[in-house]
Design a protein around this ligand. Structure first.
Ligand code: GLP
Length: 244
């Protein structure tokens, strides 16, 4: 789906999410969202907050699972994805605090595998993810599934690529401040979602959008795994679609 700009594309994505939340409400069911961080989803979250304020869109039946968190990371750090999600969405809507889950950047190293297993189990216990929102890294990663991630990978600890840490260096005030690891939902955890929507804005995403959409399905470009998904859409602006 190619839009003139990020704002128009984000409005369309937010509408899709709102429609899903409302239809689940009508059925008296929870709506399970897989949510992403990074700059790309910010405009979608802003639009959802607007719909909450202006149209009374309620998030009371929303259960959400975030893709990833840096490791180690304290939830109250300005760099945490917990903080990001609260600032960008959760604190501005009526989602109950016990309804959102974000990988815990404070679990002791020896407990990560167990934590990750429980995270996947919790998603499964909710009946899986209805709608998964994604961004794409400059190296083709989804969540923090770096190149080399396997299609059957589950939630786990990942060592971040140099390019991923370099992209975050400014935010953290220098490369040496960027955590070397992250806990991320796996590729399988992501592609098991019933619907997947990937967002990409701007020229710098154009080569990876081309590789993910038109290139071979390869572990070298984890976003290319989405080609096999029966219900996936890439919402991009014209600049990110430039190489297609
Ligand atoms: C980080 C996140 C990804 C995100 C990527 C791209 O690596 N873990 O989930 O997709 O950044 O970020 P942006 O949307 O800012 O380009």
């Amino acid at each position: 789906q190619i839009y003139a700009n990020a704002k128009d594309a984000s409005a369309a994505v937010a509408k899709e999410i709102a429609d899903l939340i409302r239809s689940k409400q009508k059925e008296g069911k929870p709506c399970v969202l897989g949510l992403a961080t990074g700059s790309s989803p910010k405009t979608v979250y802003a639009q959802l907050i607007k719909m909450h304020r202006e149209e009374g869109l309620s998030f009371k039946n929303v259960i959400s699972f975030n893709l990833d968190e840096y490791y180690p990371m304290q939830p109250d750090s300005i760099h945490s994805y917990v903080r990001f999600m609260r600032e960008q969405l959760f604190d501005h809507v009526d989602i109950p605090q016990e309804n959102y889950f974000i990988p815990d950047g404070t679990v002791p190293a020896t407990m990560i595998a167990d934590f990750a297993h429980r995270y996947d189990n919790k998603i499964n216990a909710m009946g899986g993810i209805d709608f998964q929102l994604l961004g794409i890294g400059g190296n083709g990663h989804i969540g923090f599934n770096e190149p080399g991630s396997l299609i059957n990978s589950r939630t786990r600890l990942m060592t971040l690529d140099h390019s991923t840490r370099a992209a975050a260096a400014m935010e953290f005030g220098g490369l040496h401040q960027v955590p070397k690891k992250a806990i991320t939902m796996g590729v399988a955890s992501i592609i098991n979602a019933k619907r997947v929507v990937l967002l990409a804005w701007g020229e710098r995403k154009a080569p990876m959008i081309k590789a993910a959409v038109e290139g071979p399905v390869t572990e070298l470009v984890p976003a290319s795994y989405l080609q096999a998904h029966p219900n996936v859409a890439f919402f991009v602006d014209e600049r990110a679609a430039n190489d297609l």
